[in-house]
Design a protein around this ligand. Structure first.
Ligand code: PMP
Length: 371
């Protein structure tokens, strides 16, 4: 099997799984129980939380454990906007966001919030001048993803945060595709979201990081969990194994980046020899390569590759549309948007796998374009 869909989800790391199983067996108490077993579970969670803080080098943040980046994004946006609606009603975002941001924003629009989309340049990068101009007295929140999940465009988080700081506006960023891949100073972002399953951790586990001084409402009620912002019995093994996944991925972040960058260049050069458009650009993460096919639908190619045991994505696995809104936004070409394929790489990807993908793409393009 050749798995090239690491941006959709990653296979669990053996050590992370081991830590999940060990913690589940060893720490059976509810961390909020007052007896010894409860206190032991609480202690292991506190150690894991401190470790996350240390690895990500963040200070004065609440670490709110959730069921994934989808919930983290919902909590950041709904939890903040509904709590501060008397201060303003404008939310600024981009057309590059994952559905867990864009659909949450659509919900907030129905609640009376005004949504504005910041201009993008031809490479899909936020126009910083336009962003600054849009922020006014009514603006409540800016939410811009760190790396877009389809084409992999990396935004300049530092420069965006300098603008939001200057204007005294809260900046949330969906960093699901960035954490563990590209180094940034997280202290520039007021709230940010991540998902364990994207960094070889367990599925159904995420975090919302929130500057302590920012007040948000919970969206899931029912008492204190590890924080007052999210109810439910704490997921002790999920938390401990997430901390492990973060530690393991950050131990090798530079080495992985260098390796994947080389693979990316190799793949792009091979793709240039095929009859495809390359949608990713110089500002894309090396981990994500997006192409559009000519006269072949994404899904047709996805299944053709599958017959060769090669797994890629069409647009994001979570999208409801039958075309890529992001590719359309950037190219204004519906054919490109209906024929895009995302190849996502990992430190586990080999050159041999890339060669096999290219071989299969080449044969299938010739075969399917004839039909
Ligand atoms: N944001 C981005 C950028 C993503 O790529 C994903 C996963 N596809 C999510 C949010 C949602 O993550 P989860 O499914 O773990 O909730």
């Amino acid at each position: 099997m050749i798995y090239l869909d690491y941006s959709a989800t990653t296979p669990i790391n053996d050590e992370v799984l081991e830590s999940y199983i060990k913690t589940s067996k060893q720490f059976i108490g509810n961390p909020n129980s007052l007896h010894k077993l409860g206190l032991e579970s609480k202690k292991i969670i506190d150690i894991a939380t401190e470790q996350i803080e240390k690895i990500l080098n963040i200070k004065n943040y609440d670490i709110i454990y959730t069921s994934g980046a989808t919930e983290s994004n919902n909590l950041a946006l709904i939890g903040y906007c509904l709590n501060h609606k008397n201060r303003g009603n404008k939310i600024i975002t981009t057309k590059l966001e994952h559905s867990s941001i864009s659909e949450t924003i659509q919900y907030l629009e129905k609640q009376g919030f005004i949504i504005e989309y910041v201009e993008l340049d031809k490479n899909g990068r936020v126009d910083l001048f336009d962003l600054e101009n849009r922020i006014d007295d009514k603006t409540l929140l800016v939410t811009i993803c760190g790396i877009n999940s389809e084409i992999g465009i990396i935004q300049d988080i530092k420069k965006i945060s300098q603008i939001t700081k200057k204007k005294n506006i809260i900046f949330h960023s969906d960093l699901t595709q960035l954490i563990g891949k590209i180094k940034i100073d997280f202290n520039n972002v007021d709230m940010f979201s991540m998902s364990s399953q994207k960094i070889y951790g367990i599925k159904g586990m995420g975090i919302l990081f929130k500057r302590k001084k920012i007040d948000i409402n919970p969206i899931i009620y029912g008492g204190k969990s590890t924080t007052i912002f999210r109810a439910g019995t704490p997921n002790t093994a999920g938390i401990v194994s997430t901390s492990k996944a973060i530690r393991l991925i950050y131990e090798n972040i530079d080495k992985n980046y260098e390796y994947v960058t080389k693979l990316n260049k190799y793949l792009i050069n091979k793709l240039k020899e095929l009859d495809v458009y390359i949608n990713s650009n110089d500002y894309s993460s090396p981990y994500i390569i997006n192409i559009s096919l000519k006269n072949i639908k994404s899904e047709t190619m996805l299944h053709a590759l599958e017959l060769d045991n090669i797994y890629v994505s069409t647009y994001t696995a979570c999208s409801k549309e039958d075309y890529s809104k992001v590719i359309y936004e950037l190219t204004k070409d519906i054919n490109k948007a209906k024929s895009s394929i995302r190849i996502s790489l990992s430190y586990q990807t080999t050159k041999d796998e890339i060669d096999k993908l290219i071989e299969s793409l080449k044969i299938n393009i010739e075969k399917l374009q004839l039909k």
